[in-house]
Write a protein that binds this ligand. Sequence first.
Ligand SMILES: [Zn+2]
Length: 246
Amino acid sequence: MEAVASIFQSRFKILAYHSVVPVSRSRYEIASEVFEKQMDCLFSAGYRAISLKDALSSMQSGCVDSKSVVITFDDGYKALVDHAFPVLSRRGWPATVFVPVAHIGGQYESSALMNWDDINEAVKKGIAFGSHTMNHRNLLELNDEDLQNELAESRRILASELGLSFHPLAYPYGYFDRRVADAAKASGYDLALTFGSILSNTSRTNPFEMKREQVLCSTTQKAFSRKVDVRYDLQRKLWHMIIPER
Ligand SMILES: [Zn+2]
């Protein structure tokens, strides 16, 4: 029984959000009221948010705490400034935002993205940034030269603009294979995040294949509680082999 307990204790979750807005219009947008409720739910269940950098150190030292959770946002939507960051700030919780660097200050799927001023302000409030490549292309479809450019150039620009010493990457759409992961490592990233698997991260997880649980507009409060709770991993994995997760 003790062995089973230690399996659960040495796992942790990374949550993947996209945008947080007053009223959701798509599956990737969470209503601000719902986001606040989810953060309250984490807090009252005894979780605390830690940075990706601390999560990687814990993984590498083998001291992973299943009551730690990492919060991430993909694409760098401007709406986060007013609707997500203040909620995190109130708790003093860190988060990491992954930006497609060529689109900073522009739009993605007709929603405004943060500009450099927004990003610099957010950094002052404890929000970290990472690369979501330059152009948010499917990395599996790129030749070696384009792949290298998407990875190395975005890392270089973020490092020089923000003075970063820690370099995380989120694969666009979560798509990666061995070639892409090797290129990310060779480009100087510290870790890379994907989606898709229900099982948590452990001290044995490859840092270039770190898994995230997507939180979508359709995620109910009950489903959310189970996504962060490592004790439901096996049950959910088996269930979603029959019914794919939506
Ligand atoms: Zn994305």
